[in-house]
Design a protein around this ligand. Structure first.
Ligand code: AMP
Length: 215
């Protein structure tokens, strides 16, 4: 039997995928928070989990480094989704992509006056599409983390970032001024693997589908 490799990222996606794996009879036998290992074994000798950065999950699955993975819609949009079969919205790791500014920045005024906005974000595709649809001209500044810092240091007027409870924005005196889209994580499958390892992959997909149906 050939090995099935599932790509996950640590944190919410890993934690919220564990119950779905349980529905497929798969138990990860190592704790990702307690080990530096990047390949985790499971109770099933032919199933393993690889830990990758959330934004790298689509790439691993696209090129067959993993047969399947769980990726946020944000990561899927930025990646483009080429070569990926996307059978299920798992309805996990939910959040939204929003625009946020310093509480003393007049965002509405800037938009109505047609000012150029300096926007810092990791999500340049989502941000570019959103502002171009609004007809707002932006100077995009690509960041890889701690977006909240950008408006506080004068690097940018606005950020585009994931928001869940809003606590991170609040702690940094930022306010959410637009909600761009709702995000959840999706199951993605390598298209070649889907043909070559059809039976074991279908079992996992069906078990995940059953588990989210019961929620
Ligand atoms: P919160 O303070 O609950 O609004 O969470 C915001 C912070 O957590 C930001 O730094 C986000 O980038 C991150 N975050 C929120 N939801 C998610 C998610 N579903 N996946 C990854 N990062 C998230």
């Amino acid at each position: 039997m050939s090995m099935i490799t599932l790509a996950l990222s640590k944190g919410r996606i890993f934690d919220e995928t564990v119950p779905l794996l349980a529905a497929a009879g798969i138990v990860v036998t190592e704790d990702p928070e307690k080990s530096r290992k990047l390949i985790l074994s499971t109770n099933q000798p032919h199933v393993r989990v690889v830990l990758v950065r959330a934004t790298d999950v689509p790439t691993y699955v696209q090129y067959g480094g993993a047969d399947l993975g769980v990726a946020g819609k944000d990561s899927l949009i930025e990646h483009g989704g080429q070569g990926l079969f996307r059978p299920l919205d798992l309805q996990i790791a939910k959040c939204r992509v929003s625009v946020a500014v310093r509480s003393d920045f007049d965002y509405r005024g800037a938009v109505t006056q047609g000012s150029r906005l300096k926007v810092a974000t990791k999500y340049t595709s989502i941000a570019r599409d959103f502002f171009s649809a609004k007809g707002v001209h932006v100077d995009m500044i690509k960041l890889y983390g701690s977006m909240e810092l950008a408006p506080l240091t004068g690097l940018a007027d606005a950020i585009v970032d994931l928001v869940s409870t809003g606590n991170t924005l609040k702690a940094n005196h930022l306010v959410e001024v637009e909600q761009i889209m709702d995000i959840s994580s999706h199951l993605v499958v390598n298209q070649a693997a889907l043909k070559l390892k059809q039976a074991p992959l279908k079992r996992i997909i069906d078990a995940f589908a059953g588990a989210i149906g019961e929620k």
